[in-house]
Ligand binder design. Structure first.
Ligand code: UD1
Length: 417
């Protein structure tokens, strides 16, 4: 198993380019099974979650070829309608194949994803939506079995705005008969990227990016070429890397407007952010100010940036309250941040972070994807050496992060244990 060794204290300088979005690429790959044909998807990040999605699609009968960041997907022979536990358990997003398989073949059998490190994460809203579209759903032997002769448009009101649920039902409803209305839908930019792709394929979707999405079903969709949007969470992580090290970096291939909530909070903390000439320049202040955050569905503060922002607040002047409203168990990085000498108290879904003068490098363990990123950030700012184990979590969602940080002047290497 690999680990990362960081010698902290280097101010980051230079330029870095953001990779394609993991969370956009996953549903975009799944959407290819709605049409039989040859797709070319570009700006695809090299990540373990992408490999898992490729394995899922191959297990369904797709043929896939990768060349750099371009992936060719041929879905002509997608005839298998079952996604097994082995594949779904390693990546929850695999469950998104259920509706598209059902829409194309009239039946599907997909393993229930089960728990994950950051909480129970049910799929009740996905299933409620599929039922409203006319699917018969049975839960048997750990699998969801769905059948439908003809899916029909329906009005679906989500109990909570769910990113995966909105994507799942948007894809499925694209091939249902009649009009579907998704109310209280999630508004994340990745949903807009997926809707843009589906519309290019011939779907009729309006309102993606708002909480009311209207989908007029069509009989058939066609294969197309599509470029995945940049990864806003990777971009946000680099912004914090600059801020926490007191560095000055330029970030390219990012869309700053996707990160408004983070940008406002970072500016309030004293970080300088300049969007000019195709770059976002981020300059860390001499002293950071403490700022409170509450995670919310988009356009609120992203839960996927909570751990990284908390690392930043560990070095701010004063106390800040970090409230996690999306997932119930997303403070696992706290006990690891304490090992750097941070001062954090958890009370239910809030954590109070009292800024300390310095962090000191320590051996720590990554527990989930974004927690791993927060440990890297703390390690970059800490005095001395940090060793991060279990970094396979990181490889699920950050493309070559240690290489990109090293190119910015960080002293960080990956070693085999
Ligand atoms: C997606 C992102 C993940 C991000 C999360 C929230 C992908 C691949 N992953 O995950 O990085 O952290 O959005 O921004 O895009 N819920 C239910 N019932 C459901 C579905 C969800 O109660 O059927 C709850 C969840 O437990 C959670 C909340 O809704 O509390 C939001 O979850 P959701 O938006 O669905 O997250 P994902 O799509 O799984």
């Amino acid at each position: 198993m690999d680990k990362l060794i960081i010698n902290g204290g280097k101010k980051l300088k230079g330029e870095v380019s953001v990779s394609g979005s993991k969370n956009a690429a996953l549903p975009i790959f799944v959407a290819t099974i709605l049409a039989g044909g040859k797709f070319e998807i570009s700006n695809v990040p090299f990540l373990r979650d992408i490999n898992t999605t490729i394995k899922v699609l191959e297990s369904l009968g797709a043929t896939i070829e990768g060349n750099g960041n371009i992936v060719k997907i041929d879905t002509t022979n997608v005839n298998n309608v079952e996604a097994t536990y082995d594949l779904v358990k390693t990546m929850r997003a695999s469950v998104l194949v259920l509706g598209p398989l059902l829409a194309r073949h009239g039946r599907a059998r997909v393993s229930l994803p089960g728990g994950c490190a950051i909480g129970a994460r049910p799929i009740d809203q996905h299933l409620k939506g599929l039922k409203a579209l006319g699917a018969e759903i049975r839960l048997e032997h750990g699998y969801v079995e769905a059948t439908a002769k003809q899916l029909k448009g329906a009005r679906i009101n989500f109990d909570v705005p769910t990113v995966g649920g909105t994507e799942h039902l948007m894809m499925t409803a694209a091939l249902a008969k009649g009009v579907t209305l998704l109310e209280n839908a999630a508004r994340e930019p990745e949903i807009v990227d997926l809707a843009n792709m589906l519309n290019l394929m011939g779907a009729k979707i309006e309102g993606a990016g708002t909480d009311n999405i209207r989908i007029e079903g069509v009989e058939k969709l066609s294969a197309i070429d599509y470029r995945v949007m940049p990864d806003r969470i990777e971009a946000g992580t680099f912004m914090i890397a600059a801020a926490i090290t007191g560095g000055d970096i330029k970030i390219s291939n990012m869309q700053l407007e996707h990160l408004d909530a983070l940008v406002f909070k970072m500016q309030d903390a004293g970080v300088e952010i300049i969007n000019k000439d195709g770059f976002v320049r981020v300059k860390g202040p001499k002293k950071l100010k403490s700022i409170n955050i509450k995670t919310r569905p988009y356009p609120g503060f992203p839960t996927d940036m909570q751990a990284q922002f908390m690392a930043l607040m560990c070095l701010a002047d004063g106390a800040s309250v970090v409230a996690e409203n999306i997932f119930e168990n997303r403070f696992m990085h706290v006990s690891e941040l304490l090992r750097f000498g941070a001062d954090i108290m958890i009370d239910g879904r809030s954590a109070t972070v009292k800024g300390v003068k310095k962090l000191s490098g320590a051996p720590v363990m990554a527990t989930d994807l974004r927690a791993s990123a927060s440990l890297i950030l703390a390690g970059l700012a800490a005095e001395g050496t940090t060793e991060i184990t279990r970094i396979y979590h990181l490889d699920r969602g950050y493309e070559s992060i240690e290489k990109k940080l090293a190119a910015l002047g960080a002293d960080i290497v990956r070693v085999k244990e």
